[in-house]
Unconditional design. Structure first.
Length: 257
């Protein structure tokens, strides 16, 4: 177990370095994904993995071309057709936890909504995937990567492993940001990094209260930030902001076209 100082067992550091080494030669995001999946299989003994990407956190879960391995492969169609909006890691609780630690385990999330509980019980567990963890990555152009690790025997990563995965996330993000990623939507250019994060949360359907919890802000502060984002992006309401984030257009842009 990791000590209070944050030190890890030597073998955990060795695994982190080995995974980074395996990914460091990738010249494009697709090659990076495949290298990471192979390294997780070899060094974490994790045969059931996913790699989703998207321009916002929640849209990553609807990635039409995710990389999947092991037991995920025969069930990905069902996931994409029915379950991705209910994914436990797409929940507000998960987003709040990942804002503090870039690697988390599903069994550490409390207060889950019914949809998230049903996802675990009626999808993952039914498919003999009895433990689930996720690593969040920052990709090029502020896009998001979500790496899922699932175990058919219910083996959960311990505290040291989650700590190691968190360290791994930061270094993998540094590598991934240098690779060709998704195009940069023009609306981002007029917002600060904090405002971009808030705009994504609004577009992903989070309430002001949920955003306040995720960003560790007061609800009144969130309301002020939302208003400033509306002004900066020249949208009139949340519906127009959703369209802007997901499609890249708003009413003002259409009028000027």
């Amino acid at each position: 177990m990791a000590s209070q100082s944050g030190a890890l067992p030597v073998d955990e550091y060795e695994r982190v370095f080995a995974i980074l080494d395996a990914c460091s030669q990738a010249e494009a995001l697709d090659a990076f994904k495949n290298a990471l999946m192979g390294a997780l299989h070899e060094h974490y003994d994790c045969l059931n993995t996913t790699f989703f990407t998207g321009p916002t956190f929640v849209t990553a879960f609807s990635d039409p071309n995710p990389v999947v391995t092991g037991r995920i492969t025969p069930v990905i169609d069902e996931y994409q057709a029915r379950w991705y909006p209910k994914d436990v890691f797409a929940s507000a609780q998960s987003r709040a936890a990942l804002s503090k630690n870039p690697a988390i385990s599903a069994n550490k999330l409390g207060g889950l909504a019914t949809d998230s509980v049903n996802y675990l019980q009626d999808f993952l567990y039914r498919k003999q995937l009895h433990s689930a963890s996720v690593i969040h990555l920052d990709l090029a152009n502020d896009c998001h990567g979500l790496v899922g690790l699932f175990d058919s025997e219910g083996r959960e990563p311990d505290r040291a492993r989650l700590h190691a995965m968190g360290l791994l996330s930061k270094q993998l993000s540094n590598l991934a940001k240098l690779l060709p990623g998704q195009p940069l939507p023009s609306w981002r250019e007029c917002l600060s990094p904090r405002q971009i994060e808030l705009a994504e949360l609004v577009a992903d359907g989070h309430t002001n209260e949920e955003i306040a919890s995720i960003l560790n802000l007061g609800v009144d502060t969130v309301k002020k930030y939302v208003s400033r984002v509306f002004v900066a992006t020249r949208v009139r309401n949340r519906a127009e902001l959703v369209k802007l984030v997901y499609v890249g257009t708003n009413g003002y842009q259409q009028e000027m076209a």
